[in-house]
Design a protein around this ligand. Structure first.
Ligand code: HEM
Length: 392
């Protein structure tokens, strides 16, 4: 009998042996007590991503009871919608969140990385999360949204509180719920400010839709939900990506050697980190009709976790899946989802990852992780480090 709870701190420490057992013994897993199902194999997770009719996002993508249901929408925006509602809102946002806007961010991302890292040269040792990985993605998404610099550390604290879970407690803790309220309150003011004095940021560009005659535009609560999604999804995941990349390179001297010799580039370091230890481990779907999945009958309204972290280690798809191997082909990884809800920020996340690691490597090629001082984030939504002490 396999016991798998996304709220167990032991699972957060290292979920991969458990995933391997699920893939082998219970690829369609049922947890009666917490009332969810989970898909562990790549083929089943991929099929579920592609079948938005049966696998609905309408009740949110998190297993937490309080983020399940109508509140899901304010927290996660069009991520918690199905077509055609999803199609409309994603299209409206995509008009402003364009590949061009992302590409234009490259020089700014580099400036931010250089500014943050230059201050650390000669520091000897520091926490790579507190000083760098935890800062840069919030700087970037804040600049895109037009959040002033002085407000960012508070937003980061709220976002961190929102994803934290207490050991074995199946829901958002009160501090997290309070932080959610503060984030929404903050964005309400920001939207009102931008309406009065628009800038060149993404939020102002989304607000411009209101002034275009005869065009569809976003309601106040839709705008709030988008800001919230961007700040949480755009910050938490990418922060974890950068620190995970540093950690795993630190643990693998042969891979470090490949980076040092230039045989693999920064994008490959990013891709393999996404595959090997993704910051998003699982996403919820709600079944819209009785269905047979991998031979197992699952009833309508069942809550099903798609275990992305397990799919990325599926031996049916990746050779030697438990090896961190920067040269491998990662193209089938599911770290950004697939199909309708494919991560809107994937290009931005990849760019932030590659630029951050490049600037890091330029200054600190001999960095060492002090494994005695590391601390993990405890969350069902994101996987990564709360602190990662390094010597440089
Ligand atoms: C390493 C970094 C990131 C990872 C691993 C990641 C992962 C994901 C995944 C797996 C989904 C699909 C969810 C589903 O199918 O239910 C998603 C959706 C989304 N992501 Fe990301 N993400 C990252 C960074 C970002 C960034 C930087 C942004 C934006 C600023 C962003 C914005 C979004 C949005 C708006 C969606 C919703 C798309 C939709 O529902 O159509 N993400 N992300």
């Amino acid at each position: 009998m396999i016991e798998f709870s996304p709220y167990a701190y032991e699972v957060h420490e290292d979920p991969y042996p458990l995933y391997a057992r699920l893939r082998a013994e219970a690829p369609v897993y049922r947890n009666e007590e917490l009332d969810f199902w989970a898909l562990a194999r790549h083929a089943d997770v991929l099929a579920a991503f592609k079948d938005t009719k049966r696998f609905s996002n309408r009740f949110g993508v998190s297993i937490d009871p309080s983020s399940y249901g109508p509140r899901a929408r304010l927290g996660t925006s069009f991520l918690a919608m199905d077509p055609p509602d999803h199609t409309r809102m994603r299209a409206l946002v995509s008009r402003s969140f364009t590949p061009r806007r992302v590409a234009e961010m490259e020089s700014r991302i580099r400036e931010i990385a250089v500014w943050r890292l230059d201050r650390l040269v000669g520091a000897g040792s520091f926490d790579a999360v507190a000083e760098f990985a935890g800062k840069l993605p919030m700087d970037v998404i804040s600049e895109m949204l037009g959040v002033p610099e002085n407000d960012r550390s508070e937003l980061r604290t709220w976002a961190d509180l929102l994803v934290h879970r207490e050991e074995g407690v199946m829901d958002v803790p009160p501090e997290g719920a309070e932080a959610f309220g503060k984030l929404i309150g903050y964005f309400r003011e920001l939207i009102s400010d931008r309406r009065k004095s628009p800038g060149r940021d993404l939020l102002s560009s989304l607000l411009e839709l209101e002034r275009a005659p005869n065009e569809d535009y976003l309601s106040e609560s839709e705008l709030l939900s988008i800001c919230n999604l961007m700040i949480v999804a755009g910050n938490e995941t990418t922060t974890k990506l950068i620190a995970n990349a540093l950690y795993w390179l630190g643990q693998n001297p042969a891979q470090r050697e490949r980076v040092a010799s230039g045989r693999v580039g920064m994008p490959q370091w990013v891709e393999e980190t996404l595959r090997y230890d993704n910051s998003t481990q699982m996403l919820l779907r709600t079944l819209s009709e009785d269905s047979t999945i991998a031979g197992q009958l699952i009833p309508k309204d069942a809550r099903i976790l798609l275990l992305v972290g397990s799919a990325n280690r599926d031996e049916r798809v990746f050779e030697r899946p438990d090896e961190y191997d920067l040269g491998r082909d990662c193209s089938r990884m599911l770290s950004f989802g697939q199909g309708t809800h494919f991560c809107l920020g994937a290009a931005l996340a990849r760019l932030e990852g590659a630029v951050s690691l490049e600037e890091w490597w330029r200054r600190f090629p001999d960095f060492q992780v002090d494994t005695s001082g590391i601390a993990r984030v405890h969350s069902v939504n994101v996987r990564g480090f709360a602190s990662l002490p390094v010597r440089v």
